[in-house]
Design a protein around this ligand. Structure first.
Ligand code: 13P
Ligand code: SF4
Length: 305
């Protein structure tokens, strides 16, 4: 089936099954183009918590579909490719977090949503790349916070708070791939461009950035900016929407090798298969779900800027 026919078929199936298609900003362009909503982890979690659709088809990676299922246990949440995981989320598990917590009694744990449900269940609050600073600031009366699993997001947050941030040694292999030398070379070649970096980038890359934003934060910034040229320091899937929404602006990837292989596993055919068979349902054990939900909901209750 060609792309247009597959897209049409998916829209038809979504209607028949009373389903909604949520798509992360790093997904393939042809999937983003037919989404009910594209967004960052925070925006998609909020939409998942509000939708009245019976089925959520989540095009992203496992932790994202899992978060939707944590928030809406009565809905069927489908992840079209069940093996689409997040290597950073795999860098932590509940047992090792419990051990770490015992070393820092009384210190609250803020867990990036890029983590397994069992880890969220052991956490006080979740955060995303869009709200990590506000989440940490909301912890009034605490001098230290343990942030897991992304060391780069934790170090970025440390720049914006007087609290001591204790870090975990996790990272995103695709964002961590961008070196300061590479970013500097691209900046030197495009001196008039604004450099936008994701907080999952290394500290020495963050030092070079004009703005540090989540994926949706970047989309928002670009749409409001009068600048014409932008260097994009995140996974290259975001360039599709940036170009579609801003046809008069120029986008330069900071590194064309910033490709999340797991995000690219999903194809239109996988969505058709998931909708036709209603397979690849993501479910979380109820005891873990209830505790993980509390951490996600505490995050969602913090006002956005
Ligand atoms: P955003 O929440 O900024 O979309 O990031 C999600 C992610 O997985 C980044 O690697
Ligand atoms: Fe995980 Fe990195 Fe892929 Fe985001 S880009 S899903 S953090 S591996």
């Amino acid at each position: 089936m060609d792309i247009k026919s597959s897209q049409k078929k998916i829209r038809q199936l979504l209607k028949e099954k009373h389903a909604i298609l949520l798509v992360h900003n790093y997904q393939r362009g042809e999937i983003q183009d037919i989404a009910d909503l594209t967004g960052d982890s925070l925006g998609l979690s909020i939409e998942a918590s509000k939708t009245d659709a019976e089925i959520i088809v989540f095009c992203g990676v496992h932790f994202m579909a899992e978060t939707a299922s944590i928030l809406c246990p009565e809905k069927k949440v489908l992840l079209p490719v069940s093996s689409a995981g997040c290597p950073m989320a795999d860098m932590i598990d509940a047992k090792s977090l419990i051990k770490k917590k015992s070393e820092f009694p009384g210190v609250p744990v803020v867990t990036y949503v890029n983590s397994p449900a069992e880890v969220k269940a052991e956490s006080d609050l979740c955060c995303t790349s869009a709200n990590a600073i506000q989440v940490v600031k909301s912890l009034k009366g605490y001098n230290s916070v343990l942030m897991v699993p992304d060391k780069n997001l934790a170090k970025f947050t440390q720049r914006h708070t007087d609290k001591k941030i204790l870090i975990w040694d996790g990272f995103c292999p695709y964002h961590d791939r961008l070196s300061a030398d590479k970013a500097k070379a691209v900046k030197d070649n495009h001196p008039q461009a604004i450099f936008l970096a994701h907080p999952e980038c290394r500290p020495e890359v963050i030092d070079l950035a004009d703005e540090v934003k989540s994926t949706s934060g970047m989309l928002d910034y670009v749409s409001k900016s009068s600048h014409k040229e932008f260097i994009i320091g995140t996974e290259i899937g975001l360039l599709h929407t940036l170009k579609t929404q801003n046809p008069d602006k120029i986008f330069i990837p900071a590194d064309i090798d910033m490709v999340c292989e797991e995000m690219k596993l999903t194809h239109l055919e996988d969505i058709i298969h998931a909708l036709e068979t209603l397979t690849n349902v993501i479910k979380v054990d109820e005891d873990i779900r209830v505790r993980a939900k509390a951490a996600v909901e505490r995050m969602l209750s913090i006002p956005r800027d």
